[in-house]
Design a protein around this ligand. Sequence first.
Ligand code: ATR
Length: 289
Amino acid sequence: MFEKPETTAEAPIEIARYAVFGQPIAHSRSPAIHRLFAQAEHIALRYDPIEAGPAEFPRRLAQFAADGGRGANITLPLKAAAHAACRTHGAHARRSGVANTITRRDDGTWHGDNTDGLGLVADIAERLRLDLRGRRTLVLGAGGAAQGVLSALLEAGVESILIANRTPERADALADRIGDPARVHTAYWDGLRDAGAFDLVLNATSAGHAGTALDLPFSILAPRALAYDMNYGSAAIGFTAWARAGEAGHVADGLGMLVEQAAESFRIWHGRRPDTESVYRQLRRELDA
Ligand code: ATR
């Protein structure tokens, strides 16, 4: 098991403070990941989980800043609220409208980045060693998870992105926001049977968290397709089992993306990107145990 967060009383005053905000937050792996990175890089820091819903988030963030907080990761359901709380944004946060990494500047304002897409791309390109260029891509879902990764996928050179969402209006709104009509299109979920085959099928829905199985035709899997679930653990079981049954060429859950997006956040805050492999292996062992 991971160590428990240090308490305020125990933490020396000069140690830099970081946090992850979200709701629920108790099971977040981010504190453990950042502590392992910090240990490996010989950086002293404190990193705590902070529970907050959208209504409390501005107040909790202000308190964190008053307590000396320098940076935070942001998870569900706060990524849009975090984007709104930032005065300036990096390219992926600006384009997506959601931030998962915020950094406090000397003037007290926050800068927002989004490292989810970079984490996904790094996991696919470096851990799975698959080329994203030219891939016909199907994104299932149009919520915050999908929103955060589209611009990085486009930048990585995918040929096209088709967004299919249970509620079609959200898919249309997301495609409009990304603003690349030549490469990004939408489809009705019911129309997937006739949508052709894709080289990358990305599950960005939260259906697995509710234990709901997605109704998907195997015809969407091109030969040697990568089927990637942005969820991990029990939430990824349904989609990855479907992909194996459909004989997808490669099947992956989102654990690698989790570690890689954390490494990108770490780089933003500390100026160097930590090695991710040993942390990934440790989390995988724990997940499989
Ligand atoms: P997140 O930030 O994790 O994306 P979200 O913004 O609530 O969370 O979005 C959840 C996504 O999963 C949405 O695309 C949702 O579809 P709707 O927009 O139609 O709600 C999708 N989703 C959740 N349960 C689903 C299910 N059983 N079948 C298909 N899509 C589902």
